[in-house]
Design a protein around this ligand. Structure first.
Ligand code: AGP
Length: 609
């Protein structure tokens, strides 16, 4: 996620901006920049890389203006570079932006036809040209901003300056957060409170479709029609560190709760329900290429490998293309049978995992067409692949992967639909229905997250167990593995995921009254089989913690604990089954007092073998 700050006051504007951006570094970024007035002109200083480079760049300069905006960029459109860094300026209008403008290409073409020349690949630059174009047509600064925003579709948090009104700053919000800081004789806008907590604790939290006009010491909140709104300021008593976590105790918990929004951002701009169509910015195959595909090989590590396992079910079921899956460290050394009829998909949150990168090279060496599913724009694996589908989960700080995993499942589902549509194995009407079900998932995830306190109670009840077993079948067998991995990597309790059908082949020997067994019971064609496995556990006094779709009264009698899961299409059920398992692991680890965000022995990205 990008970071935004804006300032209107009498302090050294450049210092307030860069200090504020430092408080937003936790959001992750690849470039930074500021725009400040000097005399009557907006000066822009921006660079790829860390804030220290920007500070070095301006260390010998002084700017006498008292209005400015600053930005740390987490690239979504356009690779990290000086010219793609924010702020972006057109005429006398400078803009910083956090979010994704879905219709920016259409707007850009219209503006180019009017003679506008663009210097970057970003969606943001379109906003500065749009506002400037309206001002040149006679609109006031504020009217131009409102009219421009009415033409945008997508998400934005904006900071906007104009050389014609140097004592005015405008902020705007739609789906990306923006707060207004009310200081003593000074005013702020920011993506998040940590950026300005050192100056004020009084904040106005903007809602979607609202703008704020900072001028004459006042913050006027308005809607897009220009109607002034009365919004009571709130007092924020968080420490800056607490505020970086949005008030959550750990980044991992914050990222679990960000999952609905992360899914929406990963779907955004890629589906047309009306047309039953899917498209990706950085990946497209011609129908002939899809028809020529003999198989898909999905390769990854850790949690990303569990996503690969789910992806196999999705692609084989929807597109009817055979899928092989491999752990990257195995794939790279087994001389795999890959050829040009293979689409190799590599999944990596960081885009830097050494084994996955090596596997990608091996697959490409053997002639595969490569597609990366990554969360970090322009990461090594993204750059080395022929195509890329970015998950838009935003930076994932916690070592245990949560929102990145969920958005990988969403990306794989979209990929499966894309391939199926391209192959003609499903027609548009079915795609429309499947997309409608996908679009319900973020809301169902929110419903599950509302039960977090129940999961916390359950976690505490079993936190002293020394071993856990997780059982699943079919598309939820990978989720049993993922639930076990989450628990072991942050609570340090031994946990094993197993295909439920394997119980009789060994694991059943482990069952006793000390062994909590987490069983995933989806509403699918193997439900009855899983119910049989529950009987096997109960018959040996095992403790059954069942996660079950639908409200089957039978399961209530058979399980010691029951976590209801909302009903959804079987291929999407892994997304919903995962969320309680993430929270179960989190609350056990937190109850044990572990360092949840940086668990012992682990790194966020394994860049060595
Ligand atoms: C997951 O919780 C772990 N942090 C780990 O298994 C991780 O998924 C694995 O190292 C792969 O990382 P990547 O997705 O960045 O390639």
């Amino acid at each position: 996620m990008c970071g935004i700050i804006g300032y209107l006051g009498n302090k050294n504007t450049a210092t307030v901006l860069t200090e504020g951006l430092k408080r937003l570094e936790y959001r992750g970024y690849d470039s930074a920049g500021i725009a400040v007035f000097h005399d009557d002109c907006i000066q822009i200083r921006r660079t790829e890389g860390k804030l220290a480079i920007l500070e070095q760049m301006i260390s010998k300069e002084s700017f006498n203006g008292h209005t400015g905006i600053g930005h740390t960029r987490w690239a979504t459109h356009g690779k990290p570079s000086d010219r793609n860094a924010h702020p972006h300026k057109a005429g006398g209008v400078a803009v910083v932006h956090n979010g994704i403008i879905e219709n920016y290409l259409h707007l850009k073409k219209t503006l180019q036809n009017k003679g506008h020349v663009f210097n970057s690949e970003t969606d943001t630059e379109v906003i500065s040209h749009l506002i400037n174009d309206l001002i040149e047509e006679g609109c006031s600064f504020e009217d131009a901003v409102r009219r421009a925003l009415q033409q945008l579709s997508g998400s934005y948090a904006l900071g906007i300056m104009f050389e014609g009104e140097k004592k005015k700053l405008i902020g705007a919000r739609n789906e990306s957060p923006l707060v207004v800081g009310l200081g003593d004789g000074e005013l702020f806008i920011a993506s998040d409170t940590p950026a300005v907590l050192n100056y004020t604790r009084e904040f106005i939290f903007l809602d979607d479709g609202q703008i704020v006009v900072l001028s004459d010491g006042k913050a006027a909140v308005k809607d897009l029609t220009g109607k002034t709104l009365r919004i009571e300021p709130r007092y924020v008593d968080w420490s800056p560190l607490m505020a970086e976590k949005g008030g959550y105790k750990h980044f991992m918990l914050k990222e679990i709760f960000e999952q609905p929004e992360a899914m929406i951002n990963t779907i955004r701009g890629r589906v047309s329900r009306e047309k039953g169509a899917i498209s990706f910015e950085d990946f497209s195959l011609r129908k002939k290429q899809i028809e020529a595909l003999r198989r898909v090989a999905i390769v990854a590590c850790g949690t990303s490998f569990h996503a690969a396992m789910v992806g196999r079910y999705m692609i084989e079921r929807l597109a009817g293309i055979p899928v092989d899956i491999d752990i990257a460290s195995e794939f790279r050394y087994r001389n795999p049978l890959i050829d040009k009829g293979t689409l190799m998909v590599v999944i990596s949150q960081s885009g830097e995992t050494a084994d996955t990168r090596a596997a990608l090279r091996e697959g490409k060496r053997k002639g595969a067409l490569s597609l990366a599913i990554c969360n970090v724009v322009e990461s090594s694996i993204a750059r080395e692949s022929d195509h890329v589908i970015y998950t838009h989960a935003g930076p994932e700080i916690g070592v245990a992967s949560t929102k990145a995993f969920i958005t990988q499942l969403v990306a794989l589902y979209l990929l499966a639909l894309y391939l199926a549509k391209g192959k003609g194995s499903i027609e548009s009407g079915t795609v429309r229905n499947l997309l409608a079900e996908l679009i319900r998932i973020p809301g169902l995830a929110k419903d599950l997250l509302r039960n977090a306190s129940e999961y916390q109670t359950l976690a505490r009840k079993y936190a002293s167990a020394r071993n856990f077993l997780y059982l699943g079948r079919g598309i939820n067998y990978p989720i049993a593995l993922e639930g076990a991995l989450k628990l072991k990597e942050i609570s340090y309790i031994h946990a094993e995921g197993y295909p439920a059908g394997e119980m009789k082949h060994g694991p059943i020997a482990l069952i006793d009254r000390e062994m909590p067994v987490v069983v995933l019971v989806a509403n699918d064609d193997v439900r009855e089989k899983v119910m049989g496995n529950i009987e096997e556990v109960r018959a040996r006094d095992g403790i059954v913690i069942a996660l079950a779709s639908g409200n089957d009264p039978e399961i209530r009698q058979k399980a010691d604990e029951l976590i209801p899961i909302p009903d959804t299409a079987p291929l999407l059920s892994p997304i919903l089954f995962t969320i309680p398992l993430q929270l179960l692991a989190y609350y056990v680890a937190d109850f044990k007092g572990n360092d949840v965000d940086q668990p012992r022995n682990l790194a966020k990205s394994v860049t060595v073998e």
